[in-house]
Design a binder for this molecule. Structure first.
Ligand code: SAM
Length: 272
């Protein structure tokens, strides 16, 4: 990357700036931005992705927490298109309000110290989001995309796959960043599922509780791991073998468990 007068990367903001031209091109090609789309970048940094994205989309909004990076980026972006930089913590961003009546395409080489909270924050706004392309630690992407039965399949896999399709796109070696992070990275595409395929909103807290309990003791049978949450009849009522382990259940089977548990609670509530 060209020599420039940018401040030193700050560790506490998770700053690892992309500099590998080939990787940047592949990420931008995977996003395939077009004029008229509502692109929002999380953490533009020095603009490694911002400028090529802007070249294609012409208009882009970016959310950056580090005030020192904002003016230099604004300056460099002038020749590329219309960039609006919001100086904010992305965890405070209201994506639904930002989207208005045009769904967002979220992109970002995410700061790893806060990548899980950012992911879960985005999931609160999936109705306002068209798709997401995020750079994350490869280990996190592996967990997001893991299938039932695999060692990496867990709470993150279930909760994410219930609301989005998850597609790992490319691996990115540490040397593609300045400074290089300790870990390998990967880019993932997330596409929110249509409303009609989502579990009922009121079921989500129960699903979360069941998934947490089941994977909290993933070596135990479901009957044991869920003993504080539901009885064996409920598990059987959902068509699930109580001797099975958490990691063998597909995401939809957790929805079935929450539904049956809810129904049984209702019945016993009426009986009281
Ligand atoms: N997109 C640039 C690139 O690929 O070279 C920078 C990526 S760097 C890994 C993460 C960026 O997110 C940094 O610019 C950092 O300042 C910014 N950042 C860190 N925490 C943030 C937060 N809570 N909200 C918004 N931006 C944040």
């Amino acid at each position: 990357m060209a020599i420039h007068n940018m401040p030193r990367p700050k560790k506490h903001y998770g700053q690892h700036f992309l500099h590998e031209r080939g990787i940047i091109e592949r990420i931008v090609a995977a996003i395939d931005p077009k004029p008229g789309e509502h692109l929002v970048e999380i953490g533009p940094g020095e603009g490694a992705l911002t400028l090529p994205l802007l070249d294609k989309a012409r208009v882009l909004t970016a959310i950056e927490l580090d005030s020192e990076l904002i003016e230099p980026l604004r300056e460099r972006a002038r020749a590329h298109g219309d960039l609006t930089i919001l100086h904010a913590d992305v965890l405070q961003a209201d994506f639904t309000a930002l989207a208005g009546d045009r769904k967002l395409r979220l992109v970002g080489n995410l700061p790893y110290y806060v990548s899980s909270p950012i992911l879960f924050h985005c999931l609160q706004h999936t109705r306002a989001i068209e798709d997401m392309h995020f750079m994350l630690q490869k280990e996190v992407v592996d967990r997001m995309a893991a299938m039932p039965g695999s060692k990496t399949y867990g709470r993150l896999s279930v909760m994410l796959q219930l609301v989005c399709t998850v597609e790992p796109l490319l691996r990115v070696p540490a040397g593609a960043f300045r400074p290089p992070p300790q870990v390998e990275s990967a880019v993932v595409r997330l596409i929110p599922r249509p409303q009609s395929l989502l579990p009922e909103a009121q079921l989500m807290p129960a699903i979360e509780q069941i998934v947490r309990a089941a994977f909290g003791q993933r070596r135990k049978t479901l009957a044991n791991a869920l003993s504080g949450t539901m009885d064996v009849e409920t598990i059987c009522g959902a068509g699930i073998d109580p001797r099975a382990r958490a990691e063998t259940l597909a995401p939809q089977q957790y929805v079935a468990l929450a539904r049956v548990a809810g129904r049984r609670d209702e019945i016993s509530g009426h009986e009281r």
